[in-house]
Design a binder for this molecule. Sequence first.
Ligand code: NOJ
Length: 765
Amino acid sequence: MKNILLLLISSSLLVGLVSCEDAHARSSDEGTSVIEVDSIGIKVNALLARMTLEEKIGQMNQYNGFWDVTGPAPSEGDAANKYEHLKKGMVGSMLNVRGVKEVREVQKIAVEETRLGIPLIIGFDVIHGYKTISPIPLAEAASWDLEAIKLSAQVAAEEAAASGINWTFAPMVDISRDARWGRVMEGAGEDPYLASLIAVARVQGFQGDDLSLANTIAACAKHFVGYGFPVAGKDYNTVDVGTSTLYNVLLPPFKAAEEAGVRTFMNAFNELNGIPATGSAFLQRDILKGEWDFDGFMVTDWGSINEMIAHRYAKNRRQAAEFAINAGADMDMESYAYVNELVSLVQEGRVDESLIDDAVKRILRVKYELGLFDDPYKYLDETVEKEVIGSQRIMDAALDMAIKSIVLLKNENNLLPLKKNGQKIALIGALANDKTSPLGSWRIAADDETAVTVLEGMQAYKGNTLTYEKGADVVTGETLFPKELTLNVSDKSGFSSAVTAAKNADVVVMVLGEHGLNSGEGRSRSEIGLTGVQQELLETVYKANKNIVLVLNNGRPLTIEWADEHIPAIVEGWHLGTQSGHAIAQVLYGDYNPSGKLPMTFPKNVGQVPIYYNHKSTGRPLDPGQGEVFWSHYTDVSNAPLYPFGYGLSYTTFGYSDLKVDVVSNDKVTVSVKLTNTGDVKGKEVAQLYLRDEFASVTRPVRELKGFELVELNPKESKIIEFTLTHAELGFYDNNGKYIVEPGTFSVFVGGSSDATLTSKFDLK
Ligand code: NOJ
């Protein structure tokens, strides 16, 4: 993202004005000599030349503020020593400082009290909204609506920027196939194609077209790389992935974010093939800064330099600092390693000062791009803060995103949508009346108790009689904060009133699942069913009234096989943020026809995990000819998931026909299909295209998503959907990370989920 000045002058005139590094000559179409000057590069170099080694290293040091600790509590840094380092110019960035007043306090010190007055870059986890909370990212991914996702990131950026923040640690673009991992809620699911497009939408939403505007913020693609593949789904655990998966599954969303101009990356806690990501030159220098030519900067994850000691890779903090800088980590978040160790490491010749210069240039560049040097207080306007945060426009965007994120999983006998009049409805479940849980786990700036509940959402529909019963509490495990959430989850004393309410109702709506704080960082689970006694509550109420609509609130795929077998209607309502209850009520009452599709496979039981649609064929796929035993399967559960990737119903139905494939060239294949709304109401469908490379030099998945379109159709209306497959969709990375397209036969599948059956074949010569 170089700030380029185009000068149509003779190159000799430039000699002495700018260094070669900042100016590149090329010939224009008209034959004139065009010199591209990196104007920010010039300023960065000039500033760098005035900096002492200590000041340079200060830019590479990031401290947490005094509150909102999002990692193990800081023991050093300015939280402990009252801005002493900040005043000396030894801090380049702070995180978790928020609000115009607080940010101004630290920015003023950086700008007015340090020798060079270099402004701080203020980082924060703006993951799904800032104060107004939008759906968790996994839910947003279920919308498959890239414009809505972009808007959601854009309004989050506006709110955060109005609060003094200029850098978000998002999007998390880690692919994950393991629903036990608590942070699946923060990503876009299991598929690299969908996740790459979503990564781009989020980067564009946060950063906009002009980073220097006061309502756009720098984005951060994290966690580079492999963090979503912890062994056994346990957060922070070892990661062990093969080359093919690394290149074809894990790296593509990062590459897409880089190509979309993301200004920063964050490395990861995990190791990858024996090397901690923070100390990996292969990842940070060779791939990111080398092959991809990334010119922004890499921040470490919280304390991840120090964690290389716990990994038993670095012997002490000093060695960890040496490993991290040599490997390409530019800014140290909360390890206090750079600030304490780098000066002497450079003086002793263990770290080359050119690496420090490179890191500092990258950091300064982003600060210039943000316009912080032009006006370090540009994000700090109390009037804007008041106007923007929680404004109607932002609330509306949060509601729109929430509605679009809901997935209808089952709807037997069209129990949904609910009739709007004359019905007795029993609403049951603690989550139906919880004003905090829908905010999810990344909601540091949001106030507790600010989400609209399902109870409130349904109360807005006055034509029915609504009775509410909690039934049972929901929080379990070690989710002990906020403190008041430590509840007796084995208490069944609410069951009998729930049963009575159900007996007297025409329809029962049960809101069950997991609390917003049951998923997220550090919140992996070994069982992924309904928490506490909710399953028992569901089965007990079912005995009293079978007309149940189950609304799930959750941050990950859950194992709900019993519910799928027995409960007639199931709605995936995730953790949908501030407007949650309104969104769910509008879908239940049919004011919005659900259009979401799952971005992650739902397993039947936890033993199937990791389970994902784009798996390999294996040497022993299902082949009835081979007999019952010796093929790749379990003896106690089928290989099929409960709900596949890409699955989701609507209040209408859709039909696919007339699949046509045309091989225009080896680099262009067009596929068309006729999509018809075969039902009685208007609705939206995500038409999906999957590809299988039948035989390849490296084995390929049984199918891979390579195109989709979100289409709205009136009843009986049809539309021809056209997909174009090019080089980007037809190939794959070999085991050396080289992208290749191989001749041969491909199968194409088109339909409304990854189980699509309409199929055709084509050959590439
Ligand atoms: C640790 C998390 O892994 C990372 O995603 C987050 O941005 C930092 N903490 C800062 O809160």
